[in-house]
Ligand binder design. Sequence first.
Ligand code: ATP
Length: 673
Amino acid sequence: MQAQVSRNKPLTNTYSDFTKFWENVTAIAGSYWYPTKPGERAFSEVIRAWGMLILLILLIIALVGVNVSTNFLYRYLVDIIITGKDISKFFDTVLIYSIALIVVTVLVGFSKFVRKQIALDWYQWLNSHILSKYLRERAYYKINFKSDIDNPDQRLSQEIEPITSNALTFSATFLEKILEITAFIIIIWSISQEVAIILFIYTVIGNAIAVYLTQELNKINQEELQSKADYNYCLTHVRTHAESIAFFRGEKPESNIIGKRFNHLIKNTKRKINWEINQDIFNRGYQAVIEIFPFLILGPLYFRNELGFGEISQASLAAYLFANSLADLINEFGSSGRFSIYVERLSEFSSALEQVAKQPENVSTIKTIEENHLSFENVTLQTPNYEQVIVKDLSLSIQPGEGLLIVGPSGRGKSSLLRAIAGLWYAGTGRLIRPPLEEVLFLPQRPYIILGTLREQLLYPNTNRQMTDAQLKEVLQQVNLQNILNRVDGFDTEVPWENILSLGEQQRLAFARLLVTHPSFTILDEATSALDLTNEGNLYQQLQETKTTFISVGHRESLFDYHQWVLELTEDSSWQLVTVQNYRNQRTITHISPENNHITVDKIINNELQSQSERLIQKAPDEGLSHKQMSELSFYAIKTIRSKASKGETIAARDGFTYRYDKDPHVLKWIRI
Ligand SMILES: Nc1ncnc2c1ncn2[C@@H]1O[C@H](COP(=O)(O)OP(=O)(O)OP(=O)(O)O)[C@@H](O)[C@H]1O
């Protein structure tokens, strides 16, 4: 899948954007802060989270309260120094002032600690909540082709934590700064209403400009996030395909690709820096004006003895703190851009996971029934989005212990049939009867090697199963992998298996799981394609001894030896099911060119066929002919014969007679007419 951050539309300041953003926030926060579905979250945990949040709010209020009182203490201190000249009062006030500052320090530290604890707890919960949705109902698989969600792994690993920490930082800062701004404006109002009104108007205009600057920055942030994800992806791609690149000596083209993406990233970062200059200059200038202007307005009042020096000092300090609080608030709005992008991405990811996990409605699906055998009953299988029919009207049944080999040209739908059995694909019609999935083991062509020890590799997917080292050693011997133990330090050492084992060894390791698990049903999708014939033969013999029922997909002639039935997928979503023997005969006897139906018959076999046909010609009038016999007499493929039979069509055979299929259950033969 292409690893990209989706190109979300840029944020605008419209009401609908805000409503959408709020909906996303409530969708993400809802289950943690006010769960409504039963069993979603323990009541005691919800109470604990709210308790922590209330504690944080109280700490912030206390912090602002103490901060505001230090502002008054500052005024008294200035008044004592300038006018009172009372040394003992001076020391008392300094002492109280110092205690207040210590309290502020403690409150700042403690409130940050509580805030981070809440964020961490929320992150833990949200992460496992989304992860469980991701791993439920195979959503992690379906989401790859059922929605346009990019980079699910990045969303999980890098975008949940910033949501919880930013949400907490933003809310805490917002509350603290709004309280401070209100308190300082009241202080200034009590000294000079004129200053307070001008400050208020100035603030409103300044905020409007700041919000505009922030929005522009959000768009740039979003593009930067995108280019970072692209850059990250191409580096991961090099690591994943290191060996292929090394074989091709593809360093130069790789370096070009990486360089291109890196340049794009730098271009976006430059745009961001350029825009941030505007914001930094504005913020600083905005703050500077607030610092200077109380002096401009209050200075003349002091000279006219209408205000004391302490009041002027307090007002200018309050204006300064007011400006600082405002700047912090604006900064917080600035960083909230990234927050809103993450919120949107997580919310869309979460609802996509819910969507793919749901049983599809108003569309036809293959009905699955769990029994102890495998049958397809008139199954028409389509690709997940119903764009393409893979196979039409498939009916077959496999008896326990039998082997079925699926063959057909590349892209015809062999693996898709296996996906249908595994329940991954279900678009279509008909009934599929199969054993419970716990009893089915799937061996893909590219073996799935887990990150873990040799023991875990062998026991996967039931890593809790208990087996002694001796038993595991025996299994390794059975798949001819006993030497592996000389290369690693026992069964419990973790090594990067994918890098140290050849593909064939990995396939044998995967096969060993089968001997450990003893499933009643096994699916092998070209699972021995990298092995030599001796190893392949050995593994299939072991497989037959386990008495499991198995279905293989493969192209190799050698596989015919281990299966009883062949299902051939042919063009136009058709199929034919024949015994291995008949399939071999068919392949040797006829090669019909699809364009002109020109028949070429192998010369030696032709004589045999001739006499066979003659025998059939003798036999036909009395007993009728089976599909296979009809096929030999007419040279039509069995599937065409079967199709003609079901449609009630006649066949002009090589003996010069015409035949029709008698559907009477007591006859079921081709009869000469
Ligand atoms: N996720 C998907 N969504 C839509 N179509 C798909 C998807 N995966 C595969 N297909 C299409 O379904 C068809 C059958 O694919 P499938 O993998 O079953 O072929 P195959 O016979 O196993 O091929 P090969 O022998 O090359 O492995 C192909 O045309 C393929 O392009």
